[in-house]
Design a binder for this molecule. Structure first.
Ligand SMILES: *[C@@H]1O[C@H](CO)[C@@H](O)[C@H](O)[C@H]1NC(C)=O
Ligand SMILES: *[C@@H]1O[C@H](CO)[C@@H](O)[C@H](O)[C@H]1NC(C)=O
Ligand SMILES: *[C@@H]1O[C@H](CO)[C@@H](O)[C@H](O)[C@H]1NC(C)=O
Length: 554
Protein backbone atom coordinates (compact mmCIF):
# COMPACT_ATOMS: atom_id res chain seq x y z
CA UNK A 1 0.00 0.00 0.00
CA UNK A 2 2.61 2.49 1.14
CA UNK A 3 4.90 1.22 -1.61
CA UNK A 4 2.32 1.75 -4.32
CA UNK A 5 1.42 5.13 -3.00
CA UNK A 6 5.05 6.22 -3.12
CA UNK A 7 5.59 4.72 -6.54
CA UNK A 8 2.57 6.51 -7.99
CA UNK A 9 3.35 9.83 -6.41
CA UNK A 10 7.01 9.70 -7.49
CA UNK A 11 5.99 8.83 -11.01
CA UNK A 12 3.51 11.68 -11.07
CA UNK A 13 6.17 14.01 -9.79
CA UNK A 14 8.58 12.88 -12.49
CA UNK A 15 5.91 13.31 -15.15
CA UNK A 16 5.14 16.77 -13.86
CA UNK A 17 8.82 17.66 -13.93
CA UNK A 18 9.25 16.32 -17.40
CA UNK A 19 6.24 18.22 -18.72
CA UNK A 20 6.99 21.50 -17.04
CA UNK A 21 10.73 21.07 -17.02
CA UNK A 22 11.06 22.78 -13.68
CA UNK A 23 13.24 20.15 -12.14
CA UNK A 24 16.10 18.86 -14.26
CA UNK A 25 15.97 15.10 -14.48
CA UNK A 26 19.72 14.94 -14.06
CA UNK A 27 21.41 16.81 -11.23
CA UNK A 28 23.24 19.01 -13.76
CA UNK A 29 22.47 22.68 -13.17
CA UNK A 30 22.66 24.89 -16.20
CA UNK A 31 24.99 27.57 -14.92
CA UNK A 32 25.56 30.68 -16.99
CA UNK A 33 28.72 30.99 -19.06
CA UNK A 34 30.95 33.76 -17.75
CA UNK A 35 32.88 35.97 -20.14
CA UNK A 36 35.12 38.36 -18.25
CA UNK A 37 36.82 40.92 -20.48
CA UNK A 38 39.39 43.13 -18.83
CA UNK A 39 40.91 46.04 -20.71
CA UNK A 40 44.34 47.30 -19.76
CA UNK A 41 44.72 50.98 -18.84
CA UNK A 42 41.42 52.15 -20.31
CA UNK A 43 40.36 55.54 -18.95
CA UNK A 44 36.97 56.65 -17.65
CA UNK A 45 36.45 58.97 -20.60
CA UNK A 46 37.66 56.64 -23.34
CA UNK A 47 34.39 54.74 -23.74
CA UNK A 48 31.42 56.22 -25.59
CA UNK A 49 28.89 55.46 -22.87
CA UNK A 50 30.47 57.96 -20.48
CA UNK A 51 29.69 60.79 -22.83
CA UNK A 52 32.85 61.07 -24.92
CA UNK A 53 32.32 61.94 -28.58
CA UNK A 54 35.91 61.33 -29.54
CA UNK A 55 36.33 57.59 -30.12
CA UNK A 56 33.37 55.38 -31.05
CA UNK A 57 33.10 52.19 -28.98
CA UNK A 58 29.79 50.88 -30.37
CA UNK A 59 30.15 47.24 -29.32
CA UNK A 60 31.10 48.05 -25.74
CA UNK A 61 28.33 50.66 -25.62
CA UNK A 62 25.69 48.23 -26.94
CA UNK A 63 26.37 45.81 -24.08
CA UNK A 64 26.46 48.69 -21.60
CA UNK A 65 23.03 50.05 -22.52
CA UNK A 66 21.54 46.57 -22.74
CA UNK A 67 22.89 45.67 -19.29
CA UNK A 68 24.23 47.80 -16.47
CA UNK A 69 26.64 50.71 -16.69
CA UNK A 70 28.58 50.47 -13.44
CA UNK A 71 29.00 54.13 -12.60
CA UNK A 72 30.10 53.81 -9.01
CA UNK A 73 32.63 51.06 -9.54
CA UNK A 74 36.22 51.06 -8.30
CA UNK A 75 39.35 49.25 -9.32
CA UNK A 76 42.80 49.66 -7.85
CA UNK A 77 45.19 52.16 -9.33
CA UNK A 78 47.50 49.76 -11.18
CA UNK A 79 47.60 46.41 -13.02
CA UNK A 80 48.95 43.72 -10.69
CA UNK A 81 47.05 44.82 -7.56
CA UNK A 82 43.78 45.03 -9.54
CA UNK A 83 44.20 41.58 -11.09
CA UNK A 84 45.15 40.24 -7.69
CA UNK A 85 41.97 41.70 -6.13
CA UNK A 86 39.88 40.26 -8.96
CA UNK A 87 41.37 36.78 -8.64
CA UNK A 88 41.37 36.57 -4.82
CA UNK A 89 38.45 38.79 -3.78
CA UNK A 90 40.84 40.53 -1.39
CA UNK A 91 42.31 43.97 -1.03
CA UNK A 92 45.95 43.91 -2.15
CA UNK A 93 47.11 44.87 1.38
CA UNK A 94 45.86 41.47 2.48
CA UNK A 95 48.24 39.46 0.36
CA UNK A 96 51.23 41.72 -0.03
CA UNK A 97 50.31 42.83 -3.56
CA UNK A 98 49.74 46.51 -2.70
CA UNK A 99 52.91 48.04 -4.10
CA UNK A 100 53.35 48.58 -7.84
CA UNK A 101 53.44 45.81 -10.47
CA UNK A 102 55.20 42.50 -10.81
CA UNK A 103 58.26 42.35 -13.03
CA UNK A 104 59.27 39.44 -15.21
CA UNK A 105 62.60 39.03 -13.41
CA UNK A 106 61.09 39.42 -9.96
CA UNK A 107 61.11 36.12 -8.06
CA UNK A 108 57.59 36.44 -6.68
CA UNK A 109 53.95 35.93 -7.63
CA UNK A 110 50.47 36.10 -6.20
CA UNK A 111 50.95 33.96 -3.05
CA UNK A 112 50.28 30.28 -3.67
CA UNK A 113 48.10 29.90 -0.60
CA UNK A 114 45.46 32.07 -2.27
CA UNK A 115 42.50 30.33 -3.86
CA UNK A 116 41.65 32.02 -7.13
CA UNK A 117 38.39 32.78 -8.92
CA UNK A 118 38.85 30.00 -11.52
CA UNK A 119 39.45 27.51 -8.72
CA UNK A 120 36.19 28.48 -7.05
CA UNK A 121 34.42 28.25 -10.40
CA UNK A 122 35.99 24.87 -11.10
CA UNK A 123 34.19 23.58 -8.01
CA UNK A 124 30.93 24.74 -9.59
CA UNK A 125 31.75 22.73 -12.70
CA UNK A 126 33.24 25.45 -14.88
CA UNK A 127 35.85 24.94 -17.57
CA UNK A 128 38.25 27.87 -17.36
CA UNK A 129 40.34 29.46 -20.09
CA UNK A 130 42.52 32.55 -20.01
CA UNK A 131 43.39 34.50 -23.11
CA UNK A 132 45.78 37.45 -22.86
CA UNK A 133 47.79 38.96 -20.06
CA UNK A 134 48.41 37.25 -16.72
CA UNK A 135 50.78 39.53 -14.75
CA UNK A 136 50.39 37.71 -11.43
CA UNK A 137 53.70 35.90 -11.36
CA UNK A 138 55.67 33.70 -13.71
CA UNK A 139 59.11 33.02 -12.29
CA UNK A 140 58.06 29.47 -11.40
CA UNK A 141 55.40 27.43 -13.13
CA UNK A 142 53.26 27.08 -9.98
CA UNK A 143 52.42 30.77 -10.30
CA UNK A 144 51.17 30.48 -13.87
CA UNK A 145 47.51 30.30 -14.91
CA UNK A 146 47.73 26.66 -16.03
CA UNK A 147 48.61 25.72 -12.46
CA UNK A 148 45.99 27.95 -10.86
CA UNK A 149 42.72 26.77 -12.26
CA UNK A 150 42.90 27.51 -15.99
CA UNK A 151 42.83 24.77 -18.56
CA UNK A 152 44.53 26.76 -21.31
CA UNK A 153 46.35 30.02 -21.82
CA UNK A 154 47.26 31.89 -24.94
CA UNK A 155 48.90 35.17 -24.03
CA UNK A 156 51.61 36.89 -22.08
CA UNK A 157 53.04 36.54 -18.60
CA UNK A 158 54.35 40.03 -17.87
CA UNK A 159 52.79 43.49 -17.76
CA UNK A 160 52.91 44.55 -21.38
CA UNK A 161 54.29 43.59 -24.76
CA UNK A 162 54.55 44.91 -28.28
CA UNK A 163 51.35 44.23 -30.22
CA UNK A 164 53.20 42.84 -33.24
CA UNK A 165 56.53 41.36 -32.21
CA UNK A 166 55.25 40.37 -28.73
CA UNK A 167 58.48 41.29 -26.98
CA UNK A 168 58.64 43.20 -23.73
CA UNK A 169 61.30 45.74 -22.81
CA UNK A 170 61.53 45.75 -19.06
CA UNK A 171 64.38 45.93 -16.60
CA UNK A 172 66.77 44.12 -16.82
CA UNK A 173 66.29 43.23 -20.48
CA UNK A 174 64.28 42.48 -23.54
CA UNK A 175 62.56 39.27 -24.55
CA UNK A 176 59.61 37.56 -26.17
CA UNK A 177 56.45 37.21 -24.13
CA UNK A 178 53.76 35.23 -25.92
CA UNK A 179 52.79 31.72 -24.88
CA UNK A 180 50.48 28.89 -25.73
CA UNK A 181 50.16 27.12 -22.42
CA UNK A 182 53.84 26.65 -21.50
CA UNK A 183 55.24 26.82 -25.05
CA UNK A 184 56.64 29.95 -26.64
CA UNK A 185 54.32 31.02 -29.49
CA UNK A 186 57.01 31.98 -32.03
CA UNK A 187 54.59 31.40 -34.88
CA UNK A 188 52.39 34.33 -33.84
CA UNK A 189 55.15 36.84 -34.62
CA UNK A 190 53.75 39.73 -36.64
CA UNK A 191 50.14 39.01 -35.78
CA UNK A 192 48.41 41.85 -33.91
CA UNK A 193 47.89 40.84 -30.28
CA UNK A 194 44.31 42.07 -30.00
CA UNK A 195 43.35 40.03 -33.08
CA UNK A 196 45.22 36.98 -31.81
CA UNK A 197 43.36 37.13 -28.49
CA UNK A 198 40.02 37.68 -30.24
CA UNK A 199 40.52 34.72 -32.57
CA UNK A 200 41.54 32.47 -29.70
CA UNK A 201 38.48 33.53 -27.67
CA UNK A 202 36.16 32.92 -30.60
CA UNK A 203 37.75 29.51 -31.09
CA UNK A 204 37.30 28.60 -27.42
CA UNK A 205 33.63 29.60 -27.54
CA UNK A 206 33.06 27.72 -30.81
CA UNK A 207 34.70 24.51 -29.58
CA UNK A 208 33.27 24.62 -26.10
CA UNK A 209 31.19 21.61 -25.05
CA UNK A 210 28.21 23.39 -23.51
CA UNK A 211 27.38 20.55 -21.16
CA UNK A 212 29.86 22.40 -18.96
CA UNK A 213 29.67 26.10 -18.13
CA UNK A 214 32.51 28.15 -19.59
CA UNK A 215 34.59 30.76 -17.80
CA UNK A 216 36.53 32.75 -20.34
CA UNK A 217 38.89 35.33 -18.86
CA UNK A 218 39.88 37.57 -21.74
CA UNK A 219 42.59 39.91 -20.48
CA UNK A 220 43.48 42.15 -23.38
CA UNK A 221 46.83 43.92 -23.47
CA UNK A 222 45.01 46.81 -25.19
CA UNK A 223 45.12 49.74 -24.53
CA UNK A 224 48.41 49.46 -22.63
CA UNK A 225 51.40 51.03 -24.36
CA UNK A 226 53.93 48.76 -26.01
CA UNK A 227 57.69 49.28 -25.90
CA UNK A 228 59.50 52.64 -26.02
CA UNK A 229 60.59 52.11 -29.66
CA UNK A 230 56.90 52.06 -30.70
CA UNK A 231 54.65 52.83 -27.75
CA UNK A 232 51.25 52.82 -29.48
CA UNK A 233 51.26 50.17 -32.21
CA UNK A 234 48.08 50.16 -34.29
CA UNK A 235 47.19 49.33 -37.89
CA UNK A 236 47.74 52.40 -40.10
CA UNK A 237 44.37 52.08 -41.87
CA UNK A 238 42.58 52.26 -38.52
CA UNK A 239 44.71 55.16 -37.30
CA UNK A 240 43.76 57.07 -40.47
CA UNK A 241 40.08 57.04 -39.49
CA UNK A 242 40.93 59.34 -36.62
CA UNK A 243 42.47 62.22 -38.55
CA UNK A 244 39.68 64.38 -37.03
CA UNK A 245 41.49 64.18 -33.69
CA UNK A 246 43.55 67.23 -34.53
CA UNK A 247 47.23 67.57 -33.86
CA UNK A 248 47.45 64.55 -31.64
CA UNK A 249 48.98 61.57 -33.38
CA UNK A 250 49.33 59.69 -30.08
CA UNK A 251 45.63 60.00 -29.36
CA UNK A 252 44.87 58.93 -32.94
CA UNK A 253 46.93 55.78 -32.43
CA UNK A 254 45.33 55.24 -29.03
CA UNK A 255 41.92 55.51 -30.74
CA UNK A 256 42.93 52.82 -33.22
CA UNK A 257 44.12 50.49 -30.43
CA UNK A 258 40.80 51.06 -28.65
CA UNK A 259 38.86 50.44 -31.86
CA UNK A 260 40.52 47.03 -32.21
CA UNK A 261 39.54 46.31 -28.60
CA UNK A 262 35.95 47.34 -29.25
CA UNK A 263 35.85 45.12 -32.35
CA UNK A 264 37.04 42.26 -30.17
CA UNK A 265 34.11 42.76 -27.80
CA UNK A 266 31.82 42.65 -30.84
CA UNK A 267 33.41 39.49 -32.23
CA UNK A 268 33.20 37.69 -28.88
CA UNK A 269 29.55 38.66 -28.42
CA UNK A 270 28.80 37.47 -31.96
CA UNK A 271 30.59 34.18 -31.28
CA UNK A 272 28.41 33.63 -28.21
CA UNK A 273 25.36 34.37 -30.34
CA UNK A 274 26.49 32.03 -33.16
CA UNK A 275 27.00 29.31 -30.59
CA UNK A 276 23.46 29.89 -29.31
CA UNK A 277 24.55 30.55 -25.73
CA UNK A 278 24.37 34.34 -25.50
CA UNK A 279 21.09 34.25 -23.59
CA UNK A 280 22.77 32.19 -20.88
CA UNK A 281 25.83 34.37 -20.33
CA UNK A 282 27.22 36.85 -17.88
CA UNK A 283 29.51 39.34 -19.59
CA UNK A 284 31.73 41.72 -17.67
CA UNK A 285 33.76 44.41 -19.35
CA UNK A 286 36.05 46.40 -17.07
CA UNK A 287 39.26 48.32 -17.06
CA UNK A 288 41.97 47.26 -14.62
CA UNK A 289 42.83 50.78 -13.48
CA UNK A 290 42.43 54.39 -14.48
CA UNK A 291 43.88 55.66 -17.75
CA UNK A 292 47.44 56.84 -18.30
CA UNK A 293 46.86 60.33 -19.69
CA UNK A 294 48.96 61.79 -22.49
CA UNK A 295 52.62 61.36 -21.62
CA UNK A 296 52.12 58.89 -18.78
CA UNK A 297 53.63 55.48 -19.62
CA UNK A 298 53.97 56.79 -23.21
CA UNK A 299 50.20 56.49 -23.56
CA UNK A 300 47.26 58.82 -24.30
CA UNK A 301 44.17 57.79 -22.33
CA UNK A 302 41.63 60.16 -20.77
CA UNK A 303 39.87 60.15 -17.41
CA UNK A 304 38.38 63.60 -17.92
CA UNK A 305 36.78 65.20 -15.95
CA UNK A 306 38.05 62.98 -13.15
CA UNK A 307 41.23 63.99 -11.40
CA UNK A 308 44.52 62.10 -11.65
CA UNK A 309 45.70 59.11 -13.68
CA UNK A 310 46.74 55.49 -13.36
CA UNK A 311 48.81 54.77 -10.22
CA UNK A 312 47.31 57.72 -8.32
CA UNK A 313 44.48 57.28 -5.83
CA UNK A 314 42.44 60.14 -7.29
CA UNK A 315 39.16 59.13 -8.93
CA UNK A 316 40.90 59.17 -12.32
CA UNK A 317 43.13 56.37 -11.06
CA UNK A 318 40.54 54.21 -9.31
CA UNK A 319 37.05 54.88 -10.66
CA UNK A 320 36.78 52.30 -13.40
CA UNK A 321 34.95 52.20 -16.72
CA UNK A 322 32.86 49.01 -16.58
CA UNK A 323 29.65 47.28 -17.56
CA UNK A 324 27.85 44.12 -16.52
CA UNK A 325 25.57 42.39 -18.98
CA UNK A 326 23.32 39.37 -18.63
CA UNK A 327 19.75 38.34 -19.35
CA UNK A 328 19.84 37.02 -15.77
CA UNK A 329 19.95 40.61 -14.49
CA UNK A 330 16.38 41.30 -13.44
CA UNK A 331 16.50 45.09 -13.85
CA UNK A 332 18.79 45.85 -16.77
CA UNK A 333 19.02 48.92 -19.03
CA UNK A 334 20.14 51.26 -16.32
CA UNK A 335 23.05 53.16 -14.88
CA UNK A 336 23.86 51.29 -11.68
CA UNK A 337 24.64 53.54 -8.73
CA UNK A 338 25.60 50.65 -6.48
CA UNK A 339 29.05 51.16 -5.06
CA UNK A 340 31.29 48.28 -6.03
CA UNK A 341 34.95 47.27 -5.89
CA UNK A 342 36.83 44.96 -8.26
CA UNK A 343 37.26 42.48 -5.35
CA UNK A 344 33.46 42.10 -5.37
CA UNK A 345 33.41 40.19 -8.66
CA UNK A 346 34.53 36.96 -7.02
CA UNK A 347 31.52 36.57 -4.68
CA UNK A 348 29.19 38.31 -7.16
CA UNK A 349 29.96 35.94 -10.03
CA UNK A 350 29.82 32.91 -7.74
CA UNK A 351 26.32 33.92 -6.62
CA UNK A 352 25.22 34.78 -10.15
CA UNK A 353 26.40 31.31 -11.16
CA UNK A 354 24.16 29.74 -8.55
CA UNK A 355 26.92 29.18 -6.00
CA UNK A 356 26.84 30.43 -2.43
CA UNK A 357 29.41 33.11 -1.65
CA UNK A 358 28.30 33.30 1.99
CA UNK A 359 30.37 30.14 2.47
CA UNK A 360 33.56 32.00 1.53
CA UNK A 361 35.29 33.57 4.49
CA UNK A 362 38.23 35.84 4.81
CA UNK A 363 37.71 37.89 1.66
CA UNK A 364 37.08 41.61 1.26
CA UNK A 365 34.75 41.21 -1.71
CA UNK A 366 31.06 41.74 -1.02
CA UNK A 367 28.48 40.05 -3.19
CA UNK A 368 26.68 42.53 -5.40
CA UNK A 369 24.61 40.02 -7.28
CA UNK A 370 21.20 40.80 -5.75
CA UNK A 371 21.97 44.49 -5.42
CA UNK A 372 22.87 44.78 -9.10
CA UNK A 373 20.31 42.39 -10.50
CA UNK A 374 17.36 43.74 -8.54
CA UNK A 375 18.56 47.30 -8.06
CA UNK A 376 18.79 47.11 -4.29
CA UNK A 377 21.09 49.01 -2.01
CA UNK A 378 24.65 47.71 -2.16
CA UNK A 379 26.08 46.34 1.05
CA UNK A 380 29.38 48.04 0.31
CA UNK A 381 29.73 51.26 2.27
CA UNK A 382 33.54 51.48 2.32
CA UNK A 383 36.29 51.15 -0.22
CA UNK A 384 39.91 50.96 0.75
CA UNK A 385 41.64 52.32 -2.35
CA UNK A 386 45.06 51.28 -1.08
CA UNK A 387 47.69 51.75 1.58
CA UNK A 388 51.21 51.80 0.23
CA UNK A 389 53.91 52.54 2.78
CA UNK A 390 56.64 52.47 0.15
CA UNK A 391 55.06 55.27 -1.92
CA UNK A 392 53.63 56.73 1.28
CA UNK A 393 50.11 57.12 -0.02
CA UNK A 394 46.70 55.87 1.06
CA UNK A 395 43.02 56.58 0.41
CA UNK A 396 39.69 55.36 1.68
CA UNK A 397 36.05 56.14 0.90
CA UNK A 398 33.32 55.70 3.47
CA UNK A 399 29.80 56.73 2.54
CA UNK A 400 30.19 59.91 0.50
CA UNK A 401 33.54 60.87 1.96
CA UNK A 402 36.94 60.13 0.54
CA UNK A 403 40.20 60.85 2.31
CA UNK A 404 43.53 60.92 0.47
CA UNK A 405 46.91 60.98 2.14
CA UNK A 406 50.23 61.33 0.31
CA UNK A 407 50.79 60.92 -3.40
CA UNK A 408 52.92 59.44 -6.17
CA UNK A 409 55.23 61.04 -8.78
CA UNK A 410 55.82 63.96 -6.43
CA UNK A 411 52.39 65.30 -7.33
CA UNK A 412 53.07 65.60 -11.08
CA UNK A 413 49.90 63.67 -12.00
CA UNK A 414 47.58 65.17 -9.38
CA UNK A 415 45.75 67.42 -11.83
CA UNK A 416 43.02 67.09 -14.46
CA UNK A 417 44.00 65.84 -17.87
CA UNK A 418 42.14 65.85 -21.17
CA UNK A 419 41.08 65.41 -23.78
CA UNK A 420 37.54 66.14 -22.72
CA UNK A 421 36.23 64.29 -25.76
CA UNK A 422 33.18 66.52 -25.78
CA UNK A 423 33.77 67.26 -29.45
CA UNK A 424 34.91 65.01 -32.27
CA UNK A 425 32.30 63.04 -34.20
CA UNK A 426 28.53 63.06 -33.67
CA UNK A 427 27.72 60.20 -31.32
CA UNK A 428 25.82 57.71 -33.43
CA UNK A 429 23.07 55.60 -31.89
CA UNK A 430 22.57 53.59 -35.13
CA UNK A 431 26.27 52.72 -35.03
CA UNK A 432 25.73 51.19 -31.58
CA UNK A 433 22.58 49.31 -32.58
CA UNK A 434 24.09 48.09 -35.86
CA UNK A 435 27.41 47.01 -34.33
CA UNK A 436 28.12 43.26 -34.24
CA UNK A 437 27.32 43.25 -30.50
CA UNK A 438 24.15 45.27 -31.13
CA UNK A 439 23.02 42.83 -33.82
CA UNK A 440 23.72 39.83 -31.63
CA UNK A 441 21.61 41.44 -28.90
CA UNK A 442 18.77 42.04 -31.39
CA UNK A 443 18.62 38.30 -32.12
CA UNK A 444 17.71 37.64 -28.49
CA UNK A 445 15.51 40.74 -28.18
CA UNK A 446 18.00 42.52 -25.97
CA UNK A 447 19.06 45.38 -28.21
CA UNK A 448 18.93 48.69 -26.38
CA UNK A 449 16.30 51.11 -27.68
CA UNK A 450 17.06 54.64 -28.86
CA UNK A 451 15.15 55.86 -25.83
CA UNK A 452 17.21 53.81 -23.42
CA UNK A 453 20.43 55.04 -24.98
CA UNK A 454 19.28 58.65 -24.87
CA UNK A 455 18.33 58.28 -21.22
CA UNK A 456 21.32 56.31 -19.98
CA UNK A 457 24.17 58.13 -21.66
CA UNK A 458 23.65 61.49 -19.95
CA UNK A 459 23.09 59.71 -16.64
CA UNK A 460 26.43 57.95 -17.04
CA UNK A 461 28.27 61.18 -17.88
CA UNK A 462 30.02 63.04 -15.10
CA UNK A 463 29.95 66.78 -15.70
CA UNK A 464 32.06 69.23 -13.73
CA UNK A 465 32.70 72.91 -14.30
CA UNK A 466 35.42 73.38 -16.87
CA UNK A 467 37.06 76.36 -15.22
CA UNK A 468 40.31 75.70 -13.38
CA UNK A 469 39.49 75.11 -9.72
CA UNK A 470 40.66 77.77 -7.32
CA UNK A 471 42.42 77.42 -4.00
CA UNK A 472 39.79 74.86 -2.94
CA UNK A 473 41.99 72.30 -4.70
CA UNK A 474 44.20 70.23 -2.48
CA UNK A 475 47.94 69.66 -2.51
CA UNK A 476 48.71 66.15 -1.26
CA UNK A 477 52.36 66.99 -0.78
CA UNK A 478 51.32 69.36 2.01
CA UNK A 479 47.97 68.28 3.39
CA UNK A 480 45.28 65.64 3.72
CA UNK A 481 42.46 65.92 1.20
CA UNK A 482 38.82 65.25 1.92
CA UNK A 483 36.13 65.21 -0.75
CA UNK A 484 32.45 64.52 -0.86
CA UNK A 485 32.61 62.18 -3.84
CA UNK A 486 28.87 62.16 -4.48
CA UNK A 487 28.72 65.95 -4.76
CA UNK A 488 32.20 66.50 -6.08
CA UNK A 489 33.35 63.48 -8.12
CA UNK A 490 36.03 65.62 -9.74
CA UNK A 491 37.74 66.26 -6.39
CA UNK A 492 37.84 70.03 -6.72
CA UNK A 493 36.73 71.14 -3.27
CA UNK A 494 38.83 70.03 -0.34
CA UNK A 495 36.57 69.86 2.72
CA UNK A 496 39.24 68.82 5.23
CA UNK A 497 39.18 72.13 7.08
CA UNK A 498 35.37 72.24 7.29
CA UNK A 499 34.97 68.67 8.53
CA UNK A 500 37.87 67.85 10.86
CA UNK A 501 35.83 65.14 12.59
CA UNK A 502 35.36 63.28 9.33
CA UNK A 503 39.08 63.59 8.61
CA UNK A 504 39.77 62.14 12.04
CA UNK A 505 37.30 59.29 11.55
CA UNK A 506 38.71 58.34 8.14
CA UNK A 507 42.26 58.55 9.48
CA UNK A 508 41.31 56.09 12.21
CA UNK A 509 39.67 53.90 9.59
CA UNK A 510 42.86 53.89 7.51
CA UNK A 511 44.85 53.05 10.63
CA UNK A 512 42.51 50.18 11.40
CA UNK A 513 42.91 48.81 7.86
CA UNK A 514 46.64 49.28 8.12
CA UNK A 515 46.74 47.02 11.18
CA UNK A 516 45.38 44.21 9.00
CA UNK A 517 47.94 44.73 6.22
CA UNK A 518 50.76 42.35 5.49
CA UNK A 519 54.01 43.84 4.21
CA UNK A 520 54.44 44.26 0.45
CA UNK A 521 55.88 41.13 -1.14
CA UNK A 522 58.05 42.97 -3.67
CA UNK A 523 61.54 41.54 -4.21
CA UNK A 524 64.62 42.84 -5.99
CA UNK A 525 64.86 41.77 -9.63
CA UNK A 526 66.89 38.61 -10.10
CA UNK A 527 69.53 39.23 -12.79
CA UNK A 528 69.22 35.55 -13.75
CA UNK A 529 65.72 36.36 -15.04
CA UNK A 530 67.17 38.49 -17.84
CA UNK A 531 65.84 37.05 -21.12
CA UNK A 532 69.33 37.24 -22.64
CA UNK A 533 70.15 34.07 -20.66
CA UNK A 534 67.06 32.33 -21.98
CA UNK A 535 67.16 32.70 -25.73
CA UNK A 536 65.60 36.18 -25.40
CA UNK A 537 62.40 34.89 -23.86
CA UNK A 538 60.82 35.88 -20.54
CA UNK A 539 60.75 32.58 -18.68
CA UNK A 540 59.86 30.77 -15.49
CA UNK A 541 63.62 30.95 -14.81
CA UNK A 542 63.19 29.96 -11.14
CA UNK A 543 62.33 26.41 -12.17
CA UNK A 544 65.63 26.01 -14.02
CA UNK A 545 67.69 27.61 -11.32
CA UNK A 546 66.15 25.43 -8.65
CA UNK A 547 66.37 22.28 -10.81
CA UNK A 548 69.50 22.75 -12.91
CA UNK A 549 68.90 19.62 -15.02
CA UNK A 550 65.51 20.82 -16.30
CA UNK A 551 65.15 21.19 -20.06
CA UNK A 552 64.47 24.80 -20.92
CA UNK A 553 61.06 25.30 -22.51
CA UNK A 554 62.04 28.54 -24.20
C1 LIG B 1 46.73 23.78 -23.53
O1 LIG B 1 46.42 22.72 -22.64
C2 LIG B 1 45.09 22.22 -22.73
C3 LIG B 1 44.94 21.09 -21.74
O2 LIG B 1 45.11 21.54 -20.44
C4 LIG B 1 44.79 21.72 -24.11
O3 LIG B 1 43.43 21.37 -24.20
C5 LIG B 1 45.09 22.78 -25.12
O4 LIG B 1 44.94 22.27 -26.42
C6 LIG B 1 46.51 23.28 -24.94
N1 LIG B 1 46.79 24.32 -25.89
C7 LIG B 1 47.82 24.25 -26.71
C8 LIG B 1 47.93 25.35 -27.70
O5 LIG B 1 48.65 23.37 -26.63
C1 LIG C 1 30.07 16.90 -24.44
O1 LIG C 1 30.25 16.37 -23.16
C2 LIG C 1 29.30 15.34 -22.86
C3 LIG C 1 29.47 14.98 -21.39
O2 LIG C 1 30.80 14.74 -21.07
C4 LIG C 1 29.54 14.16 -23.79
O3 LIG C 1 28.60 13.14 -23.52
C5 LIG C 1 29.37 14.63 -25.22
O4 LIG C 1 29.71 13.60 -26.11
C6 LIG C 1 30.28 15.84 -25.49
N1 LIG C 1 29.96 16.39 -26.80
C7 LIG C 1 30.88 16.55 -27.73
C8 LIG C 1 30.41 17.14 -29.02
O5 LIG C 1 32.06 16.28 -27.55
C1 LIG D 1 23.14 42.75 2.60
O1 LIG D 1 23.61 41.94 3.67
C2 LIG D 1 22.58 41.39 4.46
C3 LIG D 1 23.22 40.70 5.65
O2 LIG D 1 24.16 39.75 5.21
C4 LIG D 1 21.75 40.45 3.60
O3 LIG D 1 20.68 39.89 4.36
C5 LIG D 1 21.18 41.24 2.42
O4 LIG D 1 20.49 40.38 1.56
C6 LIG D 1 22.29 41.92 1.66
N1 LIG D 1 21.74 42.77 0.62
C7 LIG D 1 22.01 42.60 -0.67
C8 LIG D 1 21.37 43.54 -1.61
O5 LIG D 1 22.76 41.74 -1.09
Amino acid sequence: MTYWFRFVSLTLLNLYNLVFNIYPVTTQISRPHIIFIIADDLGWNDVGFHGSNQIPTPNIDALAYSGLILNNYYVTAICTPSRSALMTGKYPIHNGMQHTVLYGAEPRGLPLNEKLLPQYLQELGYENHIVGKWHLGSYRKEYLPMFRGFKSHLGSWTGHHDYNDHTAVESPGWGLDMRRNMSVAYDLHGKYSTDVFTQESVKIIKNHNTTKPLFLYLAHTAVHSGNPYNPLPAPDDVVKRFSYINNNYNRQKFAAILTKLDESVGAVTKALSDKGILSNCLIVFTTDNGGPAEGFNLNAASNFPLRGVKNTLWEGGVRGAALFWSPLIKKPNRVAKQRMHIADWLPTLIDAAGGDSSQIYNIDGITQWRALSEDETSNRTEILHNIDDIYGNAAVTSGSWKLLKGTTYNGTWDKWFGPSGRTGYNYSIPLVIQSPAGKALQLINRAPTVDQIQTMRPQATIECPTTEPSNTTCNLLKELCLFNIDDDPCERHNKAKSFPIIVEYLTLLLNAYNKTAIPPGNLPLDPRGDPKYWNYVWTNFGDYILNPGTVIIA
